[in-house]
Design a protein around this ligand. Structure first.
Ligand code: TRP
Length: 482
């Protein structure tokens, strides 16, 4: 295995194309749908700070490691890990890391596609002017109207199934088309457009009377709220590490780390491209978009007396109010949800790619059939999420554990993937790269010298900070330390 090889799956046309693709993978529902709602659930400021610490201290080094592994291995995560374990003289067992990535990708895609289906459903809803009614309603009925429209959608399994299917089919078509064509072009137009619409929305949020309240909610740090979440409402004031785990899981999720998405994209990266610079750009873009989304949503939440902790419906229960009230809101609203769907699509592609690339490498499938097969698996698993919001709303398989009380299949899938599988993947990537691989070769792959300051700092983070950080959060949550 030499690092000069190119991948059988194709290659990005330039370094910029890779930056766009990796940003496209990172920026998605995680930033605009998930970040605001779990920030809301975890009380705001302290959560945001822990999230940012995880992004910069734990995830950024892992991202560089993942890209580096991919570019050296030049294959799907399974075969990249197999080849690199061999090159490093380690057990073939390291392949398991690749397998876990393939599985996590399909599991995440299964629910990601359902939520993207919600965004898809909101395009015609806004375009048709459904929410302009908001202007004619007395203020106290506005929230009710908007949330009714949302529950109309999610309580109807047939509608959800339809949108979920459309989204998966679109994802399959894009992955079947190969690395460059569809991907590169879509991302280059979509990302700047999404950014601009978000900025317009931030200006709107500034016109609400609660912009400062939203700002305080996001940036006032109150660790008590994060560690003792239910203290104000109940008498049982118990320490909980869950908020920190969620923040770490969200950092991995938002940056597409820990399961091989970024690894497999790295495999298509041309030889001469700076991994460190690329990582910096992707992390920055991803973080900015998440923060902007929060700055839009929380002022709306507070100016309409909504609950920040209402869960996965947050974006869908807030933004339509704004679009209903602003001039040309139907147009902007439809555009926004179109861009959100596209952002989700460029992320979904990266979730399907590791499994697809692996099937192609077995030699038994061509690319289109590989994509169809993997997509179908995700579609099927996705049914569990579709039904979690309606006919299986009461199905809570792990309710016997207090921690998982009331958790639907969707909640459990989300927890298992984002909070367990991704950080675990990140942990082992860090161990493999920083402890097992040859220091010289790693430096070479990063175009650095082993004695460079920045290289040594990166390696230090990956050797100690990343694994110890992830380990501590895990131990804390399972109750070994507190
Ligand atoms: N990061 C994407 C988002 O924020 C989702 C995503 C794409 C992802 N690929 C991933 C999450 C790999 C975890 C792992 O919407």
């Amino acid at each position: 295995m030499s690092s000069q090889n190119t991948s059988i799956h194709g290659e990005w046309s330039s370094r910029l194309a890779f930056i766009f693709a990796a940003t496209g993978s990172a920026v998605g529902l995680g930033n605009i749908w998930k970040f605001p709602y779990i920030t809301g659930e975890n009380g705001g400021g302290a959560f945001v700070i822990v999230y940012l610490i995880c992004v910069f201290m734990i995830c950024m080094p892992v991202m560089m490691a993942e890209i580096m592994l991919g570019r050296r291995g030049r294959h799907s995560p399974v075969n990249t890990m197999r080849a690199l374990a061999q090159e490093t003289g380690r057990s073939r067992g390291w392949q398991v890391l690749g397998w876990m990535g393939v599985l996590a990708g399909l599991l995440i895609l299964s629910y990601y596609s359902v939520i993207a289906g919600w965004a898809l459903a909101y395009i015609p809803r806004l375009a048709s002017g459904l929410f302009t009614t908001v202007n004619t309603l007395p203020p106290e009925e506005v929230n009710q109207f908007v949330s009714l429209k949302f529950s109309d959608l999610i309580t109807d399994p047939i509608q959800l199934l339809g949108w979920h299917s459309i989204f998966i089919i679109a994802t399959i078509l894009m992955v079947a088309g190969g690395v460059q064509k569809g991907l590169e072009r879509a991302v280059q137009v979509m990302m700047p457009a999404l950014f601009i619409v978000l900025l317009i929305l931030v200006f709107y949020a500034m016109t609400t009377d609660k912009f400062m309240t939203g700002l305080h909610f996001m940036f006032d740090v109150n660790f008590k709220q994060l560690f003792y979440p239910h203290c104000e409402t109940t008498t049982n004031c118990q320490f909980s590490g869950q908020g920190v785990l969620s923040a770490m899981g969200q950092a991995f999720f938002s940056l597409s780390l820990g399961m091989g998405s970024i690894m497999v994209y790295g495999a298509y990266l041309p030889r001469h491209a700076s991994i460190a610079q690329t990582t910096a750009v992707v992390v920055l873009a991803d973080t900015v978009v998440a923060i902007l989304a929060g700055l839009v949503i929380f002022p709306i939440v507070f100016s309409h007396g909504l609950a920040p902790a209402q869960g996965p419906g947050l974006v869908f229960n807030t933004l339509p109010i704004a679009f209903g009230q602003m001039p040309a809101g139907s147009l902007f609203g439809a555009l926004f949800f179109l861009l959100l769907t596209l952002a989700a699509a460029t992320s979904a592609i990266s979730l399907l790619e590791p499994a697809t690339a692996w099937l192609v490498e077995t030699g038994k499938f061509n690319r289109p059939w590989a994509a169809i097969t993997c997509g179908l698996v995700s579609w099927l698993i996705g049914l569990a999420t579709v039904f979690s919001f309606n006919i299986w709303r009461e199905v809570t398989p792990l309710a016997m554990f207090a921690k998982f009380e009331g958790k639907t299949l969707f909640d459990l899938l989300d927890f298992l993937t984002a909070n367990v599988m991704l950080p675990l993947g990140g942990f082992f990537i860090a161990i493999f790269v920083a402890w097992l691989m040859n220091n010289q070769k790693v430096a070479e792959e990063l175009d650095a010298a082993t004695q460079d300051r920045s290289y040594r700092f990166w390696r230090f983070l990956l050797r100690y900070v990343t694994p110890v950080g992830i380990g501590l959060v895990f131990l804390n949550v399972i109750g070994v330390i507190s």
